[in-house]
Each structure stands twice: as structure tokens, then as C-alpha cells.
Ligand binder design. Structure first.
Ligand code: C2E
Ligand code: CA
Ligand code: CA
Length: 276
């Protein structure tokens, strides 16, 4: 994989990790066939605790290995191209779940369901058509859906990304930048693309205090977002101190274990929809 101009020494550990990858690749085929994937959902909340959105996160109920987290297989699925099928599964199931919740009643303040989209998936020529067809089939309005994409993808493919975003935007779909602050430092795309939300990466939120070094960066992100008319969501909020610091800095939407871990669709409904 490193090209022919040079030589590499063989290390048994490399073979075992290559075999693990192969294992996962084969397993992913079966997972799609046998319906081994599952979505869990994490609420996004306002300072008063009201749920304003939800992010769908994938899990893999592996028949032998038990519950696998996206970190165990998403990279491999991206390398092998299987992310395209996995991504379709995610979109379809997320939309089905959203429709089911709409039927039983979502809380008043609920805006959107957010779905993670891999760059490879987003760059497929038929991505927009496929998504629009799914939305039509399942009768989900675009304004209930948000797609989370990463800044690296945008910077690499700004023209194509922007035209796809504009098409979906016409149907009401929103876009958020995931892991904001961790990718390339070019900020030009923020001005150029039809974005709605910036999600501040968890690495800036951990131990955030009003006078910490991270606070300087977080403040810049919040100010920039405000000036551009974008909403900011802080990811990975784990305690009240982080939450208070964010609020003092002008960020009013949070996602993290302090409010809820990702939970099953049933639990999300029981805990966050029924009571509201
Ligand atoms: P992400 O999009 O940044 O998702 C947030 C991750 O942070 C989730 O991990 C979530 O469980 C975790 N998290 C949320 N709140 C807290 C917190 O307070 N503390 C800590 N320590 N962690 C928190 P998860 O579910 O393991 O997902 C990891 C990554 O996998 C995601 O990062 C996303 O990039 C990717 N991913 C997940 N689902 C999908 C999917 O359906 N499609 C694609 N393409 N990628 C996905
Ligand atoms: Ca995400
Ligand atoms: Ca993120």
C-alpha cells in the first residue's frame, strides 16, 4: 500500500491486524444481510433541558463479538467501500424511525433528527436522488432531517459538495459540520456553503471552564457562528461545569452524557417524548 519505491519489513502484528480487517469486511456483508445493525439516539438539549434534536448513531450487534461501536468498523467500511451500503441502511432506518416518532408525537420544541454521512457516501453521484426518493417513500419532510458532515470533506470537494447541499437545502434539509475545529483550518468554506450548524468537537469541551485555554477557541467558534447566522451545538458535555461555561459563552445547545447517553429508540421515546 505504500508504493513500490522502498521496502518494508514484515511484522506478525501487521498480519494479525490485516486479518482482523478482513474479518470485519466479511462480517459487514453478513451484517447487512442479517440485519445486525442498530441505531441508537442521543438527544440535543437546550439549557432548560428541552430536547431540540437527536443524533442517530450506529451500533453493530455482532453474533460472536457482541456489541461493536462505530470506531470498530466505520473506518474499515470506508476503506472497503461498504460504507455506501451501510450508509444507505442508516439513512433508511433513521428516516423510518423519524416517521414512527412523528406518528406517535414528538415534543413541541423538537426540530430535527441528525444523521452522520460519510464523505464517500455523500460523494456518490446518486446520493441526492437516493435520499430524496427515500424521503418521499417514507413521507418524511426535509425540514426534519439534518446531515452531519465533516469539514475535511468540504474542503477537498467544495464545488460538488456545495451543489449537492444546495439541492437538498431546497427540500428543507439542514447541514451541520461535525467535529468542528479538528479539521483543516481554512474557514472560507463557512461563508461559501449553505450550512446551518457547527458542532464543537468534544476535545474542546472536556474540562472547559470560562478561563481555560480551550475557552478562547470555543469563544471564537461561537462568535464566528453567531456572525454567520449558524447554530452551535457543543458535543460531549459531561458535567454541569462544562455546561455552565458554554452557556456563559453564548452556546445554548448541548449533547453529551450529562444529559443522556445514546439510547434505543424506545428509551428515547419513553424518557424524552412521552413526558414532554
Ligand atoms: P460523532 O459523530 O462525533 O458522535 C459522537 C460520539 O461521541 C458518539 O460515539 C457518542 O456516543 C459519543 N459521545 C456523546 N456524548 C459523549 C460524552 O459526553 N462523552 C463522551 N466521552 N462521548 C460522548 P459513537 O456512537 O461511538 O460514534 C463515534 C463516531 O462514529 C461518530 O462520532 C461518527 O463519526 C461515527 N458514526 C456513528 N454513527 C455513524 C453512522 O451512522 N454513519 C457514519 N458514517 N458514521 C457514524
Ligand atoms: Ca456526528
Ligand atoms: Ca462529532
Amino acid at each position: 500500500a505504500l508504493g513500490r519505491n522502498g521496502f518494508q519489513f514484515f511484522d506478525p502484528e501487521m498480519q494479525s491486524s490485516a486479518m482482523q480487517r478482513l474479518d470485519v469486511e466479511k462480517g459487514l456483508h453478513q451484517a447487512l444481510e442479517n440485519d445486525e445493525f442498530q441505531l441508537v439516539f442521543q438527544p440535543q438539549v437546550k439549557p432548560n433541558g428541552e430536547m431540540v434534536g437527536v443524533e442517530a448513531l450506529i451500533r453493530w450487534n455482532h453474533p460472536e463479538k457482541g456489541l461493536l461501536m462505530p470506531g470498530d468498523f466505520i473506518d474499515i467500511a470506508e476503506d472497503s467501500g461498504q460504507i455506501i451500503e451501510v450508509g444507505k441502511w442508516v439513512l433508511s432506518h433513521a428516516l423510518q424511525q423519524l416517521k414512527a416518532w412523528m406518528n406517535v408525537g414528538l415534543p413541541e420544541g423538537f426540530n430535527r433528527l441528525a444523521v452522520n454521512v460519510s464523505p464517500i457516501q455523500f460523494m456518490q453521484v446518486d446520493f441526492v436522488d437516493h435520499l430524496l426518493a427515500k424521503m418521499k417513500e417514507l413521507q418524511v419532510p426535509g425540514n426534519m432531517l439534518e446531515l452531519e458532515i465533516t469539514e475535511n470533506m468540504l474542503v477537498d470537494n467544495i464545488e460538488i459538495a456545495s451543489s449537492k447541499m444546495k439541492l437538498l437545502k431546497l427540500q428543507g434539509v439542514s447541514f451541520s459540520i461535525d467535529d468542528f475545529g479538528t479539521g483543516y483550518s481554512s474557514l472560507r468554506y463557512l461563508q461559501y456553503l449553505p450550512l446551518d450548524i457547527l458542532k464543537i468537537d468534544r476535545s474542546f469541551i472536556t474540562n472547559l471552564r470560562i478561563d481555560s485555554d480551550e475557552a478562547a477557541i470555543v469563544e471564537v467558534i461561537i462568535t464566528t457562528a453567531d456572525r454567520l447566522g449558524l447554530t452551535v451545538i457543543a458535543e460531549g458535555v459531561e458535567n454541569i461545569e462544562e455546561c455552565q461555561a458554554l452557556q456563559a459563552m453564548g452556546c445554548f445547545c448541548y449533547q453529551g452524557y450529562y444529559f443522556s447517553k445514546p439510547v434505543s429508540a424506545e428509551e428515547l421515546y419513553e424518557t424524552w417524548c412521552k413526558a414532554a
